[in-house]
Ligand binder design. Structure first.
Ligand SMILES: [Fe+2]
Ligand SMILES: [Fe+2]
Length: 260
């Protein structure tokens, strides 16, 4: 079966890219199941209830989040209450609202999707590695296909997660840095891996934010409020992963980029 994983959807322009391209990509690439990181959909920080349903309507089967999960707290709480197809990182402390993994079905095949957050330069949550151990144990024989969105800052932590889960899950992809990396491969025990699947949204800003604002930070050490670069060119970053649905082993992973 073929899985599409889309990198962090940023702001209105990111949502427009999804509206305009997701259905076509799914058709052309014969996608069976689609995971979209949506933690920056609402003006760069978090997601609103209406945007979540919009992205699901455009063809996302499940939305994953990250360090901005609770930026729109009331909306997230409502989405979790409604049991919407949206995940928050699984390694938040016990008692946190929402779920960190879920089992879905595509063409009758069970597919488990998990979201975990890295700890280096991010919030000090529970250990993401042990969180994945617990999830894999809980899933047991319920699903052979297991997909992991590891939302983390540093490449070493992400590569470590790839090796840690190799042979135990179908795919581990990184999100959060908004820069698509070129290290996609299937690891020796059958796990598809890529350090970061990039970003869907403004192309000529800096990670989605107007470049003038970020340049001022670096060059003049002046911190202005973030504003997304919503009026310029846009991009969509994703990966297509082919998985043997019987044993959950990955066969292939390739990058996909669209520039508008
Ligand atoms: Fe993030
Ligand atoms: Fe992000």
């Amino acid at each position: 079966m073929r899985i599409l994983a889309v990198g962090d959807v940023v702001g209105t322009s990111g949502c427009i890219m999804m509206r305009d391209f997701l259905r076509t990509i799914k058709k052309e690439k014969q996608i069976d199941f689609c995971v979209v990181n949506a933690e920056n959909a609402s003006n760069g920080k978090g997601i609103t209830r209406s945007l979540a349903y919009e992205l699901l309507d455009y063809g996302a089967d499940v939305l994953t989040m990250g360090n901005h999960t609770f930026s729109k707290l009331a909306d997230m709480s409502k989405l979790f209450e409604e049991n919407a197809n949206i995940l928050r990182p699984a390694n938040y402390p016990p008692g946190t609202m929402g779920v960190g993994y879920k089992i879905f079905h595509a063409n009758g095949v069970p597919i488990a999707v998990a979201n975990v957050l890295g700890r280096v330069y991010l919030a000090q949550l529970d250990c993401p590695f042990r969180a994945m151990d617990a999830i894999i144990e809980e899933i047991g024989t319920q699903a052979a296909v297991i997909l992991v969105d590891f939302h983390a800052e540093v490449t070493s932590e992400k590569v470590a997660m790839g090796w840690y889960l190799d042979g135990r899950v179908s795919a581990v992809w990184g999100t959060h840095t908004h820069v698509l990396t070129a290290d996609e491969r299937v690891l020796p025990n059958g796990t598809a891996y890529i350090t970061d699947i990039g970003m869907t949204g403004p192309r000529n800003g800096i990670l989605g934010v107007k470049k003038e604002i970020i340049l001022k930070r670096f060059v003049q050490a002046q911190h202005d409020k973030f504003e997304l670069d919503e009026n310029g060119r846009t991009q969509l970053n994703a990966v297509v992963i082919e998985v043997d649905e019987l044993n959950g082993k990955a066969k292939k992973i390739e990058r996909l980029t669209i520039f508008e």
